[in-house]
Design a protein around this ligand. Structure first.
Ligand code: C2E
Ligand code: MG
Ligand code: MG
Ligand code: MG
Length: 278
C-alpha cells in the first residue's frame, strides 16, 4: 500500500508539473496574441523628490488588463522572459512610454524610467531600438533612464561584454542607467566599480516597516545611501507606503522615493492631469 501511495504521489506531482507547464504555455500563447492585438497597456508611477514632493520621474509599467480581468506583471513578465516575448513586449512599452512622456518632459521636466530585461540587452540592435524610440518620439536621451535588475547585470554570462557595451554606448548618448531591486540579488558589490550606472534603486525589502522600526534596517539603508554617495550615484527607494516611511527615508539620506504613499501606477491621462494641476 505504501508503494502504491508513493507512486500516486509521484504521478500527482508529475501531473502538477505538467499542469503548470500547460498553464504557462497557454499564458504565453495568450500574451503573444495580446501583443499582436494591442491589448497591453502602459501605466506610470511617479518617483518623487523626498524633500520637496516634486515628481521628478515616472516609471513605465506594463499592464495586461480589461474591465473584467487582469493578469499581474509578476505572472506575465516571467512568462514573457522565459518565452523571449519580453523583447517585443519591452519594445512596445518603450515606444509607447516615450510617446507619452515627451509632453510631460517638455512641459514639466519629468523624466521617464523604463524597465529593461537582459534578453533585450543581449539583442545586437538594442542600442538602435532605444535610439529610434527616442528619435521617433522626440524625447531627449537625458530624459530616459533604463532600469535593469541587479541579478540580470551580474548574471549576464557570456554576453556580459555585449551588455556593458550597449549600456556604455547609450550612456555616452546621455541615457541614464539604474540598478533596480538593489540589495536582493545576492551579488558581490565589486560590480559597482565596473558597471556603467547612475542610480541605485533600493528594493522595498529595506524600507522600515511596522510600528517598531528596526535599527538594523536603518543601518542597512544608511549604509547603502553612503555607498551610493561615495560612488556618486543617486538613490531611489521603492515601496514608500506611509508618510512616516517617507520622513525616515529622507532623514536616512535617500534622494527619491516611489510607492503607494505618493501614487500607485496609473494610466497616462492621470499623470497628465496630476502634472497639470500640481
Ligand atoms: P519594478 O520595476 O521593481 O517595479 C516596481 C513594482 O512595485 C511595481 O509592480 C509597482 O506597482 C510596485 N509598487 C510600487 N509601489 C509600491 C508600494 O508602495 N508597495 C508595494 N507593495 N508595491 C509597490 P508591478 O507593476 O506589478 O511590476 C512588477 C515588476 O514587473 C516590476 O518591478 C518589473 O520588474 C517588472 N515589469 C513591469 N513592467 C515591465 C516592463 O515593461 N518590462 C520589464 N522587463 N519588466 C517589467
Ligand atoms: Mg523598475
Ligand atoms: Mg524595482
Ligand atoms: Mg521590484
Amino acid at each position: 500500500a505504501a508503494k502504491a501511495a508513493g507512486r500516486d504521489q509521484v504521478v500527482s506531482y508529475d501531473t502538477q508539473l505538467r499542469t503548470r507547464h500547460l498553464a504557462q504555455a497557454r499564458m504565453v500563447d495568450r500574451l503573444r496574441d495580446a501583443l499582436e492585438h494591442d491589448q497591453l497597456s502602459v501605466f506610470y508611477q511617479p518617483v518623487v523628490d523626498l524633500a520637496s514632493d516634486r515628481w521628478v520621474t515616472v516609471e513605465a509599467l506594463a499592464r495586461w488588463e480589461t474591465e473584467e480581468w487582469s493578469v499581474s506583471p509578476d505572472q506575465f513578465i516571467p512568462a514573457a522572459e522565459d518565452s523571449g516575448l519580453i523583447v517585443s513586449l519591452g519594445t512596445f512599452v518603450l515606444r509607447q512610454a516615450c510617446r507619452d512622456a515627451v509632453v510631460w518632459h517638455r512641459e514639466h521636466g519629468t523624466r521617464l524610467a523604463v524597465n529593461v530585461s537582459v534578453h533585450q540587452l543581449r539583442e545586437p540592435d538594442f542600442a538602435n531600438t532605444i535610439r529610434s524610440a527616442l528619435t521617433d518620439s522626440g524625447l531627449p536621451p537625458r530624459a530616459l533612464s533604463l532600469e535593469i535588475t541587479e541579478s540580470v547585470l551580474v548574471g549576464a554570462g557570456t554576453q556580459r561584454a555585449q551588455v556593458i557595451a550597449h549600456l556604455t554606448e547609450l550612456r555616452e548618448a546621455g541615457v541614464l542607467v539604474a540598478i533596480d531591486d538593489f540589495g536582493t540579488g545576492f551579488s558581490s558589490l565589486a560590480y559597482l566599480q565596473t558597471l556603467p550606472i547612475d542610480t541605485i534603486k533600493i528594493d522595498r525589502a529595506f524600507v522600515p516597516y511596522g510600528e517598531a522600526y528596526d535599527r538594523r534596517q536603518f543601518a542597512l539603508v544608511r549604509a547603502i545611501v553612503q555607498l551610493a554617495r561615495g560612488l556618486r550615484l543617486g538613490t531611489v527607494v521603492e515601496g514608500v507606503e506611509t508618510p512616516q516611511q517617507a520622513r525616515i527615508l529622507r532623514l536616512l539620506g535617500c534622494d527619491l522615493g516611489q510607492g503607494y504613499y505618493y501614487s500607485k501606477p496609473v494610466p497616462a491621462a492621470e499623470i497628465s492631469a496630476s502634472l497639470e494641476f500640481a
